[in-house]
Design a protein around this ligand. Structure first.
Ligand code: SF4
Ligand code: SF4
Length: 482
């Protein structure tokens, strides 16, 4: 590992002792009971190496130093956990969960990585250090401090000067920009008007007895890929009595959570719970639906555990109320695939899409399963059922559709070369199918895969299944309007 990437701890064993000392002085537990259990679960490792074979980062670059998930576990399961080594290694994880899926001992490496990042963050704050790198903090601020909305408005106005639209609808620099490895990177088209602004008024649904549904847009569908945001509203409208897209909703917190910044994640969770409680008003709210795999995973699987306190800590009444509000909100959240499969009677489209991203059907479609949709939320069959239900579409499965594409949110910006190397197999797999469109339920995957396809001369639209579904519904009514 290069010195640049090594955590700024002075000396590892001294770092561990200092860490323990600080917690003793502060009368805090170094690990919560749940964290201690996690570390003890790592001892179940059989040393089989399955996780190494499954990990997309191991071996992505010949000279890349990541020794893999087993090394993270081994560093932690020493008698005095080698916190700093493990924490430094954990920085290279894409949080794809493939190691956990492949492990015969059910060793919770992925959870250990997340716990380590949170401990590293907490430790650095306690020591008065900047907990994250400057680039990482800048990226997180964009998502969590309301800067993305502002930047998107300016960016949408100016983007056309330096970028042009590709045939598949993404943005490509007119001439290579002085951005190092990111010089030719494909980026999303920024929206002049956010989804929440566009749908400031409630949208009447076609099911008078159906649920009242709110959209959790997520940063990328709210400010960049608003085409998919509009498709989501269109699809929901056909299964609900009313659809609302509440103003004031904020980032789901997935970027801060996976970076170890739990305090900011809790603040975002509380803000979102309040915004959607307000949106419920006197009419109530049956579901909160998202089309973003990472948002859905964060809201449903991580929000409920955000307020777990160390043993012996008495929560204040305010914290108890916030935790209850966040858990109540999380219980209403559904990914769109799960919503259509389990919560409503799905309206099968009668017509093939007349105008879809790759032109009118018939068209061949291949599916990339995002890690946070497939492994995180267990939604694999549901995606295929929807694609097969749309007339005029043929499903051509790629090899290993569930393999991580390397996008992983800000990972592909921080470690672009590693992310691009991970992506090679995915791009080759898509090209081999000859599909006209790639379907994926995650905007971060869309961005990273679109970039890879374009760089390889294999450009084609990468879209959410709701884009194809909405196009089919519109064709059925003879309308091209959203
Ligand atoms: S797959 Fe599981 S049991 Fe095998 S080496 Fe990795 S952590 Fe250990
Ligand atoms: S979660 Fe994915 S990237 Fe991280 S250690 Fe496991 S397999 Fe590797």
């Amino acid at each position: 590992m290069s010195d640049k990437r090594r955590p700024r701890a002075v000396n590892r064993s001294a770092g561990v002792l200092r860490y323990l000392d600080i917690y003793r002085t502060e009368r805090l537990l170094p690990y919560s009971p749940a964290d201690s259990q996690l570390i003890s679960d790592l001892e179940r490792c059989l040393g089989c190496g399955n996780c190494l074979a499954a990990c997309p980062v191991v071996g992505a670059l010949a000279e890349h130093p990541y020794p893999g998930p087993r090394a993270v576990g081994m560093s932690l399961s020493r008698s005095v956990p080698d916190f700093w080594t493990a924490g430094g290694l954990a920085g290279f994880c894409t949080t794809c969960m493939a190691c956990q899926e492949a492990c015969p001992g059910d060793v919770p490496i992925y959870r250990a990585v997340l716990m380590l990042r949170a401990k590293n963050f907490e430790q650095k704050v306690l020591e008065g250090e900047e907990p994250l790198s400057g680039l990482k903090q800048l990226l997180l601020d964009f998502f969590t401090e309301g800067k993305l909305a502002q930047a998107a408005r300016w960016g949408a106005a100016l983007q056309g000067l330096a970028y042009r639209r590709t045939a598949s609808g993404e943005m490509k620099a007119r001439v290579a920009l002085p951005l190092g490895p990111l010089a030719n990177r494909i980026i999303p088209p920024l929206a002049k008007r956010s989804l929440t602004d566009e749908f400031a008024a409630p949208v009447a649904g076609l099911e008078p007895d159906g649920p009242r549904v709110a959209v959790f847009a997520g940063c990328l569908y709210n400010h960049a890929y608003t085409d998919t945001g509009r498709s989501l509203v269109e699809v929901l409208r056909r299964h609900a009595r009313e659809v609302v897209v509440p103003a004031g909703q904020v980032c789901c917190g997935a970027p801060t959570f996976s970076s170890g910044d739990l305090p900011t994640t809790r603040r975002l969770a509380v803000d979102n719970a309040r915004v959607f409680a307000d949106a419920a008003g006197s009419d109530g709210l049956d579901f909160v639906v998202t089309a973003c795999a990472s948002c859905g995973d964060s809201l449903t699987r991580e929000y409920p555990g955000l307020f777990r306190l160390p043993e012996g800590t008495a929560p204040t009444a305010e914290v108890v109320a916030e935790a209850a509000a966040v858990r109540g909100f999380a219980a209403r959240v559904r990914d769109i695939h799960a919503f259509l499969a389990d919560e409503v009677s799905f309206r099968v489209p009668a017509s093939a899409p007349a105008s879809a991203p790759a032109g009118p059907a018939p068209m061949a479609v291949t599916i990339h399963d995002p890690c946070h949709l497939a492994r995180g939320q267990g939604l694999v069959r549901e995606v295929r059922d929807l694609v097969r239900a749309i007339p005029g579409l043929t499903l051509r499965e790629m090899a290993a559709p569930g393999e991580c594409c390397g996008g992983a949110g800000s990972f592909s910006l921080e470690h672009y070369e590693v992310a691009a190397a991970i992506r090679q197999g995915k791009v080759a797999g898509i090209a081999a199918t000859g599909a006209d469109v790639v379907v994926t339920g995650c905007p971060s995957c869309r961005m990273h895969i679109s970039d890879g396809l374009e760089q390889a001369g294999q450009g084609r639209p990468v879209r959410h299944v709701v884009d194809l579904l909405a196009a089919a519904y519109r064709a059925g009514t003879g309308s091209d309007a959203p």
